[in-house]
Structure formats: C-alpha cells, structure tokens
Design a binder for this molecule. Structure first.
Ligand code: HEC
Length: 152
C-alpha cells in the first residue's frame, strides 16, 4: 500500500512537471504577445476616435494612455529568443529583434515615455494638444514596427 501511494505521488509530480513544461511554449508566447499588441491597438484606436471628435470621451484619454504605458513596460519580456518569424510562420517578429536586442528595448522605452507624456497631456483636456501627442505616440509604435515587424 505504501508502495502504491509513493508511485501515485510520483505520477502526480511527473504530471505537474510535464504541465509546467507546456507553459510558455513559443506558440503560446506569440499568441499572448499578439493579444497584448491588440490591446494597445484598441487603446490607440479609442484615442483616435476622441481626437477626431467622433466621441466626446476626452476624460477617458488618460486611462487609455495608462493602459498603453503599462503594456509598454511588458513588451521586451514578450520576445524571448526562439520566437521569431524564422522559427514560426504565425509571427511577424523579424529576426532583427535579436540581432541587437538593446535597440528593441529602446523602442519599447520610447513608447513608455510617449505614453507617459500622453497621460500628462490628457489631463489638460485640450483636444489640440492631445492630437499633437497622438502623433508622437503613433510614431513610437511605428518606430518599432518599421525595423522589427514584417510588413503584411
Ligand atoms: C518595441 C517594439 C514595439 C512597439 C513599441 C510596438 N509594437 Fe506592436 N508589434 C511589434 C512586433 C514585433 C509585432 C509582431 C508580433 C508578432 O507577430 O508576434 C507587433 C504587432 C502588433 C500588432 C498586430 C498584433 C497581431 O494580432 O498580430 C498590433 C495591432 C500592434 N503591434 C499595435 C501596436 C501599437 C498600437 C503600438 C503603440 C501603441 C505598438 N504596437 C508598439 C513590436 C512593437
């Protein structure tokens, strides 16, 4: 009986270990980071709607900017080695990301700075100023997409 229990315990442990290995599979990391990117796309699109005057939610802009700012801090961690387009067809992450990762991190830092600036500008409620900062914010997205994301 004791023997059986220890076998069962070992089996459970093994099961947990193999489960732990399945976490952070490259495909899952790719899917996850694409979700994070889409969330930033959603926030940016929402700010665009306000700046265009399609909606009057000027008081929401800071929240969207904060969302982008929080995500910008996570970006560098979402690109572990072995998750490039060279290895997986479903990602648009170019191998150039890992040629000089500090450049990629700098692009993420630039977004962190521009989104923080947007939080400040949004407090003014001045649509013109928010529109101006929106340009800088968009440039920070493009500043990384251009060198590091494959074109469609
Ligand atoms: C530091 C680099 C970097 C920054 C900054 C960045 N992106 Fe990305 N983005 C990428 C890369 C690389 C991909 C491709 C990811 C993949 O396919 O695995 C991507 C993909 C995307 C996608 C497509 C996601 C999908 O469904 O495949 C969207 C949308 C997106 N980004 C929006 C944004 C927005 C909006 C911003 C700015 C607020 C931004 N990104 C800033 C690097 C960046």
């Amino acid at each position: 009986m004791k023997h059986l229990i220890s076998i069962l315990a070992a089996a459970v442990l093994l099961g947990l270990a193999s489960q732990a290995q399945a976490v952070n599979e490259p495909e899952n990391v790719i899917k996850y980071r694409q979700s994070v990117m889409k969330s930033m796309g959603g926030h940016l699109g929402a700010i665009v709607g306000v700046v265009k005057g399609e909606v009057s939610y000027v008081d929401h802009v800071a929240a969207h900017a904060r969302g982008i700012n929080e995500m910008s801090k996570l970006l560098a961690g979402l690109f572990p080695e072995g998750t490039s387009q060279f290895e997986f067809a479903k990602t648009r992450a170019l191998p150039e990301i890992w040629d000089d990762f500090s450049k990629f991190e700098a692009a993420a830092k630039a977004l962190e700075a521009e989104s923080a600036k947007m939080v400040e500008v949004a407090a003014s409620g001045d649509l013109g100023a928010i529109g101006g900062q929106l340009q800088n914010l968009g440039k920070a997205c493009g500043g990384c997409h251009k060198p590091f994301r494959q074109k469609k």
